[in-house]
Ligand binder design. Structure first.
Ligand code: KG4
Ligand code: ZN
Length: 352
């Protein structure tokens, strides 16, 4: 933290942080312990706001964050039954994301830091996703002490990357998408077939009763030597097939989803082998996909690789994952100063 900062720079061990996530269209506030226990979490998505447009409208997203963030903070403090004197720091997503959305969270976080004399830290949204499976609450507790080294597959609406971690804060990106993210491949196809936005969960639901072999979709880069992904060709193939009349929506969803899952599972285990690790994490909104979870767990069992996927509430954008990495970093001494701002950049080679 800068010397001139007025935000508290007390370096004693922090037991709880209040975390804020506003990087895209989900407004989320959580109170998380240093062990990753989620004491309170309150989130609101803006699906109803953006659905008529078939995608996120940045101006509407930040306006809605501004309206929602205050009540979510109030409710989280009430749910936690804690006083501000028990909160040791404020963590906020400061990168990457939609600039206006991020700025709402960052400004609120610095204001809370000033008002309550607490240290503040801006963290990377992708690093949050990566560590989401380490969170716990009354309903989700890790059976094993799941830690590095691991390979993480981060699949969301904005990102698709394979990351190798040997210790907290040390990451090597092994592969990434060359065009659309996996979530985009779901969302854009959902728009074409008139399912609504965001379409990932809806396609997942339709696919439950469909035939995965009904349509033959391409599996881009499935057998390429590298660990990169490409989904734009699949999206185009999906659009062409969807133009035909009298298709079974369930069959086309099942076949399309299977193509994405095939590629994700193949590349994940290839990366695990290449990195020489025994653990795989799958995180991000697309990690909620039931077929991806089933296929990855099945293959993991076969190969003797531990596969860990957080429950959907921690997979999609949420403040608990931000609090988790924030408190780990703060207890290593990381602090931001009063000049903390937001970075929209999508440079997936950097998780710091
Ligand atoms: O992580 P997230 O909440 O936001 C970003 O950081 O992008 O991910 C949102 C993405 C959307 O593309 C959504 O369609 C996808 O996750 N998603 C799913 C499922 N649930 C959410 N994709 C496939 N199957 C699901 N069940
Ligand atoms: Zn995300």
């Amino acid at each position: 933290m800068g010397k001139k900062s007025k935000i508290s720079s007390d370096q004693s061990e922090i037991k709880y942080v209040l975390a804020i996530e506003t990087s895209c269209d989900d407004t989320s506030v959580a109170i998380v312990s240093s062990a990753g226990f989620v004491r309170a979490i309150n989130s609101q998505n803006q699906d109803d706001v953006h659905a008529p447009f078939g995608g996120v409208i940045p101006e509407l997203a930040c306006r809605n964050h501004t309206m929602r963030i205050g009540p979510l903070i109030e409710k989280s403090m009430k749910d936690s039954k804690m006083g501000w004197d028990e909160i040791g720091g404020i963590v906020v997503t400061s990168r990457p994301g939609l600039l206006g959305s991020l700025l709402v969270g960052v400004t609120v976080a610095k204001t809370l830091g000033l008002v309550h004399d607490l240290p503040v830290l801006g963290v990377n949204h992708l690093e949050g996703h990566l560590y989401a499976p380490f969170l716990s609450d009354e309903k989700f507790n890790l059976e094993k002490n799941f830690a590095e080294p691991f390979v993480g597959l981060c699949v969301s609406g904005g990102h698709t990357s394979l990351v190798h971690s040997t210790k907290f804060g040390k990451y090597k990106v092994l592969g990434r998408t060359l065009d659309d993210a996996a979530g985009e491949a779901f969302d854009k196809f959902g728009k074409v077939i008139g399912l609504g936005y965001p379409a990932g969960r809806l396609i997942d639901e339709q696919a439950q009763n469909g035939n995965i072999k009904a349509f033959d979709f391409p599996r881009p880069l499935l057998h390429s030597k590298d660990l990169n992904f490409s989904f734009s060709g699949l999206k185009t193939a999906g659009r062409v097939k969807a133009e035909k009349k009298d298709l079974s929506i369930e069959d086309i969803c099942a076949s399309y989803q299977e193509a994405i899952v095939d590629v994700l599972v193949e590349k994940l285990f290839k990366a695990v082998k290449q990195a020489g690790v025994k653990r795989a994490l799958i995180t991000g909104g697309v990690a909620s996909n039931s077929r991806l979870k089933a296929r990855a767990e099945e293959k993991g069992k076969l190969l003797g690789i531990e596969v860990l996927i957080a429950p959907p509430r921690f997979c999609t954008d949420n403040a608990a994952m931000i609090g988790m990495i924030g408190i780990l970093r703060m207890n290593q001494g990381d602090r931001s100063d009063l000049k903390l701002s937001a970075l929209a950049t999508k440079n997936t080679s950097e998780l710091g």
